[in-house]
Design a protein around this ligand. Structure first.
Ligand code: ATP
Length: 364
């Protein structure tokens, strides 16, 4: 075994999973080094929970291999896999106080009372619940319950933590706080974490490695900014980033070194690699990369606004046309539906996709 392989804490190798005739996971390959935070992200039904549950041992896979800590665990029961799962329903015991909830697994393992008390204090300090050890779950806030659930996982010192949408019950501001807390905790205890979410912002902000799934397939995986900057296809390009990327049809010009978009008044936009003249493309333009300029500016594209949404910090401008384009503008901008503005498209911010295969042509 080479060194890289030995350092892999979790590996999915050619994993397939069928529910009857339904093919839920298709050829999944992921290698997770020790200490990495991996997010599995994708729309509802893409198979992310099935993949996590297969790792936990709660689902059998149909073929392929799952390794944990260098051992094949396909046929190993969940409790022997040494993985701790944190769910969105905290599954705390309501009649037990925080201390007993934290140490329940240790009690089952016949760990001594003194050792349990020591561990409970240690973990309570890590998760910041030292003053709440005698409270029952109903006397805690949602965020505090979530922390107890994590503490209960930490106390077992597992090989990895598996999170299944742990924050989806929480309100927006608590979610933001908890995602920072989970990430900080991950770093503090040097754990390996696999985190399932449908929220791309959560995946991008928390993970070192993001796995984007659709219909049982991994569409792309890599560091968050790689996926944002170099999406492999239209699905990933549209899924990562908010608001979603605009897709505008275009044609490669004679000479093959620029593209003209199907936008009224579109200038020729230089492209990085020479392409076949006359070739149809889909240009991906991120709303935050479209710069507003005076409508008379040479080389700008005129847009007519159909709607304006001010959020305070930024304003979303919707441009008439088919497809409708979204532009992210400064929150101070005063604009109204019907206004005509100029948009500047920087060549380095244009992603080109094949309209048939939807694959990236030039990873710009
Ligand atoms: P969500 O975000 O909605 O939880 P998900 O990406 O986690 O979605 P999974 O729960 O992994 O999706 O389900 C993947 C696919 O497998 C779905 O189409 C689902 O209907 C199907 N599926 C899941 N469990 C079963 C089952 N026990 N029997 C049959 N089909 C199943």
């Amino acid at each position: 075994m080479n060194e890289k392989k030995q350092n892999m804490q979790i590996e999915f190798i050619d994993v397939d999973k069928y529910y009857g005739s339904f093919h839920a996971l298709k050829g999944i390959n992921i290698a997770i080094p020790k200490g990495q935070f991996v997010a599995l992200v994708g729309p509802s039904g893409c198979g992310k929970s099935t993949l996590l549950r297969s790792l936990a041992g709660l689902e059998d896979i149909s073929s392929g291999t799952i390794n944990v800590g260098g051992s094949r665990v396909n046929d190993m029961p969940p409790r022997k896999r040494d993985l701790a799962m944190v769910f969105q329903s905290y599954a705390l015991y309501p009649h037990m106080n925080v201390r007993d909830n934290l140490t329940y697994a240790l009690r089952l393992k016949k760990v001594s009372k003194e050792e349990r008390a020591r561990k409970a204090d240690e973990v309570a300090a890590i998760i910041g619940l030292e003053d709440l050890l005698d409270r029952k779950p109903k006397e805690l806030s949602g965020g505090q319950r979530q922390r107890v659930a994590m503490g209960r996982a930490i106390i077992r010192e597992p090989q990895a933590f598996l999170f299944d949408e742990p924050l989806s019950n929480l309100d927006a501001s608590l979610r933001v706080r908890m995602r920072k807390e989970i990430r900080a905790l991950h770093e503090r205890i040097g754990s390996t974490s696999v985190y399932v979410t449908h929220d791309q912002v959560e995946a991008m902000t928390m993970a070192d490695h993001v796995v984007v799934m659709r219909a049982g397939v991994i569409e792309q995986q890599g560091p968050p900014l790689d996926l944002y900057e170099h999406p492999a296809n239209c699905f990933v390009a549209g899924f990562i980033g908010s608001p979603a990327m605009n897709f505008v049809p275009g044609t490669i010009d004679a000479g093959g070194q620029s593209v003209t978009l199907q936008l009224d008044g579109s200038p020729k936009i230089a492209i990085a690699h020479k392409l076949e003249p006359g070739r149809s493309v889909l240009a991906g333009l991120r709303p935050e990369h479209l710069g507003l300029v005076d409508v008379n500016t040479k080389g700008s594209v005129p847009i007519t606004l159909s709607a304006v949404e001010a959020t305070g910090s930024v304003t979303f401008l919707f441009a008439k046309g088919s497809p409708e384009m979204v532009v992210v503008a400064d929150g101070n901008l005063k604009a109204n539906p019907g206004d005509v503005l100029g948009v500047k498209i920087a060549p380095e911010n244009v992603h080109l996709f094949d309209p048939e295969t939807e694959l990236s042509i030039v990873n710009s």
